[in-house]
Design a protein around this ligand. Sequence first.
Ligand code: GLC
Length: 475
Amino acid sequence: MEIFHISAECYPVAKVGGLADVVGALPKYQNKAGHLARVVVPCYDTKFKRDNEFECVHWGHIKLGNFNFPFNILKEVNNILGFELYLVEINELFDRKEVYGYQDDIERFIAFQIATLDWIINRENIPDVINCHDHQTGLIPFMMLYCHKYQKLINTPSIITIHNGLYQGRFGFDKLYYLPEFDLAHVKVLEWDNCINSLAVAVKCAWAVTTVSPNYLNEINYSANGLESLFNMVRYKSKGILNGIDIEVWDPATDGMLEKNYSIINYEIGKQENKEKLCNLFNLDPTKPLFSFIGRLLEEKGGDLLPQAAAIALSENYQQINILILGSGNTAIEKQLNSLLQDYKGNYNTFIGYNEELAHLIYAGSDFLLMPSRVEPCGLNQMYSLRYGTIPIVRRTGGLKDTVIDFGDDGNGICHDQASVGDICYSIQRAFALYDDKKQLNTIRLRGMNIDHSWERVCQKYIEMYKLIINKNES
Ligand code: GLC
């Protein structure tokens, strides 16, 4: 089967969050399973772009309202990622360091979607499926159905995979003229709450809608930033498929970013050596339990709860626990987290920023990983931490609920229900007590390390879903 994944992110080409990890791994495993999966992302000014070799396989011009942009399709020549990678080069819009956060993001991603489809219809073969990811690619299913110039793709199934329904790519009808010509009889399809809503458009037009965990699919029926009723309406074509993790990249036995590699046989010593290294780097006490947080410091991730929860936990367990935070995001949260540094020296530290290598060491060297998310469509960090023998402490939401079960129910982690400082502190207390019971601690660690969240298994579910919609079309 020939599959195109179209996305704003793909690890290691360009990463902001978990979307990149999924788009960097799922296609690789689809290829290994005998399919031909390709990935298309915008060409940002990233290290990956500078360090690798590309050839131009197509070029053209796109029209965005009154503007004209030349574009090139660059193919990575050595296939180093395990799939064919294509970058859409539109220098005026994407030759920048960041993936998102510019005033013209709407224009940038519409241009990206148009250039991608222009190129796809120019290829010899039409793909069997087009899998779009998140709102930045949400207009594609619409354009494939209704834009005159993409008529060729009218029978090609499109899928929208929702990694986060909070972000929807909304813009006003004043920008309608950016879209390639289509039959205005269908203009209503673009509308949600008086705006053009890219995610809603995708949900309406795609042949199938997938979310990145089964529980998140249930949640968006009552909590989806205004799209609840739409998600209810399309339930018949929706499916929640729990993400996998790339167990080649995330393997404590071979991970080159660790101080010491380990497996289920020697994980106690292995984790301890990584912990010592980490504690050394951050001036923490390796004899005490280490609680870490890795991720974007946003309300969505419960980042706003962390400063107070950390302060309370550190005072209540004075010099008995360590807390380490790696992340960036909201500057107010960053400041509050840094303001605790003085008071809890030796037991608390932060690294404000993004650092993939450090993240690996933290998964290996920590005892517990905090994920107090308000919204977590899947969450990959808890799966990485399980594999590294680090016990996740999560709020029961989205994919966290699908993957972490409280140890009180013979599970693999520690769970609470409310996105509150009190619930986080209560979980930390339970973890603190658990830390002293080495036998139980190790039983729980091993349960986590033995779980199989590999893409090998999961990628079959995507293939089954593609087949289902292709067969429906043919029958
Ligand atoms: C987004 C979601 C996260 C999910 C990831 C990959 O970043 O917030 O929960 O794991 O996408 O699907």
